[in-house]
Each structure stands twice: as structure tokens, then as C-alpha cells.
Design a protein around this ligand. Structure first.
Ligand code: NAP
Ligand code: ZN
Length: 352
């Protein structure tokens, strides 16, 4: 086997579940025939990055470099690349490869491919070890997993679309959320604020459930028609049995039964928040109204491009707070306190 050629980039990595992220140097492969070499400009900070860096899902290999909301500039392409040229503004989300031949890949649902390669935390077929994410100066990705960023969007504010955007767009589209429906979004963080924007853009009546009463005015500005403080039992009781669809974005194992009771008959509670702890779901509230409890994982490559193009057409981006790379540990602590408005984005120029 030939040894792949590699070059070095600066990055930020965790070396154990308990250690803060710190500066390091990592290897990236030199572009092969179908590869796109990207100079990373911005990377969004997803709560999944924190789950992964701290090994909350139990599969983290160290060193761990998180980051899967990547926007950057193409600096080189392999000889066989057709979709991109040097200078293009591009994005990379949660996936960097898949088998390309299974039924899911053929259907454009690469997120369900048994051999899908995540941007961080999967086996790296090229260099060995684990794949390393976007908290870095650069990345090399096969062209099928590189996305076009619409020219009218602010590049930094577009970065969170690559995960928070597609993770909320995909279930709202799959379950055909639209006019005449009452839709709940649980949690106003990175995913939740994109959920509000999309559900509003799709024409639904949108209700935000939050534990933070101070976020109510922002929620209305972001697309909510109503705001319910989920800790207030009377406000929750007033919503009983009235929802067609509820999307739960919370990163902790909250009581789902209270939300299932807010669904109409045939209503659906969709889980996208990914705490490691299991949920206790009572059977009777599902049975008695033919309600569903479902899950959803990011979205495939065609749908991610569709989402980006929809955002371009409707001027939708994320509301971001820019940080330097060396502020990442502080950003994680603020994320744990639900103190994010509404997505941190790292300015990668701060890593130079
Ligand atoms: P985030 O920015 O930290 O937002 C989560 C929000 O949930 C918080 O802002 C807070 O909103 C609410 N919240 C937090 N703790 C809570 C608690 N104990 N009880 C009730 N509400 C609480 O996180 P994110 O980046 O949006 O990610 C959310 C989750 O989605 C994470 O678990 C992440 O791993 C997962 N995720 C899943 C996918 C997928 O494909 N399924 C993709 C990306 C991320 P309020 O202040 O409004 O209550
Ligand atoms: Zn994410």
C-alpha cells in the first residue's frame, strides 16, 4: 500500500474527555483525483462538538478535532474534479464520504449509508486514525461531499446551515410542515433558531417552547407566532392536544411525555436533540391518539444543497456570535448554560 502524501495545518483538539481544547498541528491528505482542498474561513460550533469532545456518546478517539459547519475557499482541486474550481466559496457539513452504491446513497440519503464517514469521529480511510473536523485551517474533501454556498449569503452566517440548518430543514420537509399546521420547536439554541426560521418560512403557525423567558422577544423576531415557557404548567396545559408536529432540539434528556400530550391525534414528535441518556416514553398517550414519536439525522447531500439554495432564495442565515479559536472552551461553557445567541461561529483567521 502506498503511503498517502500529507501536509500540516494548525487546528484545535481535545486530548481527553476532561481536557480543554488546545492548539495543535494535524495532517491532511494532499488532494487525490476527486478531492477539493479548502482553506477554512469559518466553522460553526454545534452542541454535537461538545458531546463529542467530552466523549458523551462513548466513541470519541483522541486527539479529537470537532467542527462540522465549515465554510471556506477552494485553494486546489484534483485532476478529476468537475463541480468546483479554485476560488469557489464552499461548505462541508457532517459527512465527508459514503459508499456511493447502497440503496440509501443512491437515494441521496448518504446519512443512512452503513459506511458513511462523518467529518469527525469516523475512521479516516486515507491517513488512518480518526477523521478530524473543521476547527482547523484547512480540510480536503471528495467533491461529492462539498456544497455550493449561494453568493448572496454572508459566509460566516451561512456556516451553521451545514448542520443546524439541514437538521431542522430535513424533518420539516420530510413531514411536509406547511400552512394550516401548528408546529412546535422545543429549545432556542443553534438548531431551534433555525427551526423557527424554516417553519415560519414554510407557512406554519409556529410556537417556541423555551426554558429561558428572556428569549421570548428574539423568538418572535426569528419566526415564532407564540412563545411558551415550558417550566410554566399553566402555559403548557393551555396548549394540550393542539399540535400537528413538534421538533425537539434540546441537548438534554427532558420529559418527552409532556410534549406528546400537546399533539393532536396523528401528531408527531420528532427528536433531533442527541443526549446520551435514554428517554422514558409512556405508551398510552401515543396509543390513545395514534400519535408518533420519530427521529431525524441531518440530511443527505442533495437535500443539503436544496436547503442552501432555499436559504439563498429567501435570504435565510443563522444569527451568529463570532468568536476567536482560543475562545472555544468558554463558548462550550456558555452553551451548557443555554447562553448562545444563537450560534457561535469561529473566525478561523484567529488560528493563523
Ligand atoms: P444548543 O445551541 O446548546 O441549544 C440547545 C437548547 O436547548 C438550549 O439553548 C436551550 O434552549 C435548550 N435546553 C438546554 N438544556 C435544556 C434542559 N436541560 N431542559 C430544557 N431545555 C434545555 O444545542 P444545538 O447545537 O442546537 O444542538 C441540540 C442537540 O441536537 C444536541 O444534542 C446535538 O448533539 C443535537 N444534534 C442532532 C443532530 C441530528 O442530526 N439529529 C444534528 C445536530 C445536532 P432554551 O434556552 O430555549 O430552553
Ligand atoms: Zn452539528
Amino acid at each position: 500500500m502506498s503511503i498517502p502524501r500529507a501536509y500540516s495545518v494548525k487546528a484545535y483538539a481535545a486530548t481527553s474527555a476532561k481536557s480543554p481544547l488546545a492548539a495543535t498541528t494535524i495532517g491532511r491528505r494532499e488532494p487525490t483525483e476527486r478531492d477539493v482542498k479548502i482553506d477554512i474561513l469559518y466553522c460553526g460550533v454545534c452542541h454535537s462538538d461538545l458531546h463529542f469532545a467530552r466523549n458523551e456518546w462513548g466513541f470519541t478517539q483522541y486527539p479529537a478535532v470537532p467542527g462540522h459547519e465549515i465554510v471556506g475557499r477552494v485553494t486546489a482541486i484534483g485532476s478529476g474534479v468537475k463541480k468546483f474550481k479554485v476560488g469557489d466559496l464552499v461548505g462541508v457539513g457532517c459527512l465527508v464520504d459514503s459508499c456511493g452504491t447502497c440503496p440509501d446513497c443512491r437515494a441521496g440519503l448518504e446519512q443512512f449509508c452503513p459506511e458513511m464517514v462523518m467529518t469527525y469521529g469516523s475512521a479516516d480511510k486515507h491517513l488512518g486514525g480518526g477523521t478530524l473536523g473543521g476547527y482547523a485551517q484547512g480540510i480536503v474533501v471528495t467533491e461529492e461531499f462539498v456544497l455550493r454556498i449561494p453568493a448572496n449569503l454572508n459566509a460566516a452566517a451561512a456556516a451553521p446551515l451545514l448542520c443546524a440548518g439541514i437538521t431542522t430543514y430535513s424533518p420539516l420537509r420530510h413531514w411536509k410542515v406547511g400552512p394550516g399546521q401548528k408546529v412546535g420547536i422545543v429549545g432556542l439554541g443553534g438548531l431551534g433558531h433555525m427551526g423557527l426560521k424554516f417553519a415560519h418560512a414554510f407557512g406554519a403557525h409556529v410556537v417556541l417552547f423555551t426554558t429561558s423567558p428572556g428569549k421570548a422577544a428574539d423568538a418572535k423576531r426569528l419566526g415564532a407566532d407564540e412563545v411558551v415557557v415550558s417550566k410554566d404548567a399553566a402555559q403548557m396545559a393551555a396548549q394540550a392536544g393542539s399540535f400537528d408536529f413538534i421538533l425537539n432540539t434540546v441537548a438534554a434528556a427532558i420529559d418527552l411525555n409532556v410534549y406528546i400530550n400537546l399533539l393532536k391525534h396523528d401528531g408527531n414528535l420528532v427528536q433531533v436533540g442527541a443526549p446520551s441518556e435514554p428517554f422514558a416514553v409512556a405508551g398510552f398517550p401515543l396509543i390513545m391518539r395514534r400519535r408518533s414519536f420519530s427521529g431525524s439525522l441531518i440530511g443527505g447531500l442533495p437535500e443539503t444543497q436544496e436547503m442552501l439554495d432555499f436559504c439563498g432564495a429567501h435570504a435565510i442565515t443563522s444569527d451568529v456570535e463570532m468568536i476567536r479559536m482560543d475562545q472555544i472552551n468558554e463558548a462550550y461553557e456558555r452553551m451548557l448554560k443555554s447562553d448562545v445567541k444563537y450560534r457561535f461561529v469561529i473566525d478561523m483567521a484567529s488560528l493563523k
